[in-house]
Design a protein around this ligand. Structure first.
Ligand SMILES: [Mg+2]
Length: 249
């Protein structure tokens, strides 16, 4: 079968990324970071809360890539991100990085911020195709988050990277969801916000990729290389796109 014909295969399943695609992870994380900032009087270092959050996301992303590459484990990631962050801004108060990490996650879990229109998209598409969720997070964070969102009924498959033992952008995780859905890569539509973890990694395996292009530094850096099959500016735009792909007007 030619590349062109493979690309036109009828979709048999659709997988979504969760954080920053359907769920406003950044908002929840920022609020949890603001609480950590307050508790540890980070303002006394002269670092503004926005800069504190920016540094966290930068350190966190680098550590996540280390986790995906097998260089560090989950516990190291959870502890080290705050050890590095506090060292970077020069927090003087005594602290234990694992405790800070747990405090951050406890506040994070009190929040629940679905992105506008996300649930409507799931409700619109679930009757057309079996839906799956593929999230890169930790089981003890992502499972309660999904339960609180109440979205389980929309999903045929819910895959959490920690449970699969492989993390995005390792392409092996996309091969796993093909097996899960018993479909070939070209028959799976994959929707995500990250050019590196979602689009480029899923494309490597041959999934049909939809990039929810939410502007930010990472997006600007990778815009030229992402080369998704489809790009949308908002997750709400995924519903009409998928309807046209499956031939439903
Ligand atoms: Mg994401």
């Amino acid at each position: 079968m030619s590349e062109g014909r493979t690309r036109r295969a009828m979709p048999r399943a659709l997988f979504f990324d969760l954080d920053n695609t359907l769920y406003d992870h950044r908002r929840a994380a920022r609020e949890a970071l603001a609480e950590v900032y307050r508790r540890y009087d980070v303002g006394a270092t002269g670092t503004a809360v926005d800069e504190f959050a920016r540094l966290f996301f930068e350190i966190n992303q680098r550590l996540w890539l280390g986790l995906a590459g097998g260089e560090i484990d989950v516990t190291t990631l959870r502890d080290q991100r705050f050890a590095e962050l506090f060292a970077r801004v020069g927090v003087a108060a005594p602290f234990e990085a694992p405790v800070v990490g747990r405090e951050y996650l406890a506040v994070y879990l009190e929040r629940s911020y679905p992105l506008p229109g996300a649930e409507e998209v799931l409700a619109a598409l679930a009757p057309l195709l079996p839906l799956g969720l593929l999230t890169n997070g930790f089981t003890d964070i992502q499972r309660p988050k999904i339960a609180r969102l109440g979205w389980d009924p929309y999903f045929t498959w819910v895959a959490v990277a920690e449970e699969l033992g492989v993390f995005k952008p390792d392409a092996a995780i996309y091969a796993q969801i093909c097996r899960m859905a018993e479909a070939s890569p070209a028959e799976i539509i994959y929707v995500g916000d990250s050019p590196v973890e979602d689009v480029m990694a899923a494309r490597q395996v041959g999934l049909r990729t939809v990039w929810v292009r939410r502007e930010g530094p990472e997006v600007a850096r990778w815009a030229a290389e992402a080369q998704a099959d489809y790009e949308v500016a908002d997750v709400r735009d995924v519903a009409p796109l998928v309807r046209s792909l499956v031939g439903v007007a």
